[in-house]
Design a protein around this ligand. Structure first.
Ligand SMILES: *Cc1c(COP(=O)(O)O)cnc(C)c1O
Length: 468
């Protein structure tokens, strides 16, 4: 019986000869080899199903599977979504959205040749770093700057170029994991630097750094514990203390700021996030931070510091392996210019969201809620900055809450059903679920996307009415 099921399976040639498949090749121009490969895979999986006791699929079914897979393959994978989760820098959702100017700068550079490494005045080879270095120096007060692929690679480059086969002193409370398997002890090992942990998990004093210095010490390093917070009996040497120990012993200080920030977060009602300018003023040798956290730009690792040190990083062979591409460089420059012009809170999406007044958030939440026609209500809540910055940092917001705690339909809570429905929209909408309620936060959604949200919520409300 099973043997006959195997025999009933069409051959690859029969699948390819089917008129629908021939149409795909002849009218749409799909390569024959791709269809052969898809036909084989689909027949293989049918064979496995038969071995498991299934019946042989008809030729038409196999053809349909092949056509379906073709469609899946060519459908764009990376799609825009609307982030209503209330986490502004959501690593799973691509961290910072870019300003219009940054987006345009990327498109312009992507579509054409550019003077990326070409000095237009001399007609000779130039450096990609010159385009961004002066802006970073203006913004931070640093002598020199360099931009690489991301902050993880920036820190790795810094340690490799400055501390290989030497010791780097780090507070035990800062030998942390950032997430995504970026752990300070592992990064040190990879770069060939020897981690010397000092102090205790909760307390590290300036004297701890001082006592750990030996002739093999290359640097003292501070790591901003960006994604967690120690509370209670806690004492960390300040950056100024560490720099003071460093300068008295002629040892440089490295600072992994993580997010990095140019604006004072406390002015927006947030906890204090260390600013890049503060590290430079304090006298840090090299400071490392991300382009796509609170800077609000594209993925990048930004490095600023003393010229003689930054030059070592620029010249190191690893710099080539982690260099930034022209498209993100263009977006980063456009983003940094917003800070230069003092327009960051008006132009950079993450800062626009942070700076949105409560009144406006409340009005939008009411509008969203009204569209739900009784199925949603506006409640007080908190927006998280996220992305490994400001661990305890939240902003007040108004949330639209859908669903009721404990209320289930066929064992599934209504918030789960609506959440899945919103993810299935042409532009998926991502909320967050808390205590059986789906929460939508207008603060993490740009007002430009409100029309899309309202249309989706109208849809949801209509469905809910039918289901009543
Ligand atoms: C986020 C973070 C990193 C990694 O930065 P990426 O830009 O994601 O590579 C490194 N160090 C700290 C302290 C961070 O918070």
């Amino acid at each position: 019986m099973m043997n006959s099921e195997f025999r009933n399976l069409p051959s690859v040639d029969q699948v390819l000869a089917h008129e629908n498949i021939r149409h795909l090749v002849e009218s749409h121009g799909y390569p024959h080899s791709l269809l052969v490969s898809l036909a084989r895979e689909s027949l293989d999986s049918a064979r496995r199903a038969i071995a498991g006791g299934s019946l042989s699929p008809a030729l038409g079914e196999i053809v349909e599977t092949v056509a379906g897979q073709l469609l899946t393959l060519e459908t764009p994978r990376l799609r825009p979504v609307i982030n209503a989760s209330g986490v502004l820098l959501h690593t799973n959702l691509g961290r910072a959205p870019l300003s219009q100017e940054a987006t345009k700068a990327m498109t312009v550079v992507a579509a054409d040749y550019s003077n990326l490494e070409f000095d237009l005045r001399s007609g000779r080879r130039g450096s990609r770093h010159v385009h961004v270095e002066d802006i970073l120096c203006q913004l931070t007060g640093a002598e020199a700057a360099l931009v690489v692929n991301n902050n993880a690679s920036g820190v790795m480059l810094g340690l490799t170029a400055l501390a290989r086969r030497k010791e780097v002193v780090v507070s035990r409370g800062q030998a942390v994991e950032i997430g995504g398997s970026f752990r300070i002890p592992d990064v040190m090992r990879q770069s060939g630097a020897k981690l010397v942990e000092v102090g205790t998990t909760n307390c590290t004093y300036a004297a701890d750094y001082e006592q750990a210095i030996t002739p093999r010490t290359a640097a003292l390093m501070r790591v901003h514990s960006s994604n967690f917070r120690l509370v209670g009996f806690v004492s960390e040497a300040t950056l100024e203390d560490i720099v003071d120990v460093g300068s008295r012993n002629n040892v440089t200080v490295l600072d992994d700021l993580g997010s990095g920030c140019f604006l004072d977060t406390t002015e927006f009602g947030l906890d204090s996030e260390p600013m890049v300018q503060q590290s430079v003023v304090a006298g840090v040798g090299v400071t490392f931070f991300s382009g796509d956290k609170l800077v609000g730009g594209p993925q990048a690792g930004i490095i600023v510091g003393q010229k003689q040190l930054v030059d070592k990083l620029k010249r190191h062979p690893m710099a080539r392996a982690v260099r930034i591409d022209k498209i993100r460089l263009a977006a980063l420059i456009a983003t940094l210019v917003h800070y230069l012009k003092g327009e960051a809170t008006r132009k950079i999406p993450v800062w626009r969201m942070i700076a949105t007044p409560m009144g406006e958030i409340g009005r939008r939440a009411e509008l969203w809620s009204q569209t739900l026609d009784g199925f949603g209500e506006v409640i007080d809540g908190e927006t998280m900055v996220g992305g490994g910055s400001l661990p305890g940092g939240t902003l007040p917001t108004k949330l639209v809450a859908i669903g009721e705690q404990g209320k289930r339909k066929k064992g599934v809570n209504i918030s789960q059903i609506i959440s899945a429905r919103l993810r299935d929209m042409p532009v998926p909408i991502i909320g967050r679920i808390s205590e059986d309620r789906l929460l939508l936060d207008p603060r993490s959604v740009l007002p430009e996307d409100d029309a899309t949200i309202l249309a989706a919520l109208q849809n949801v409300a209509a469905d809910l009415k039918k289901g009543r």
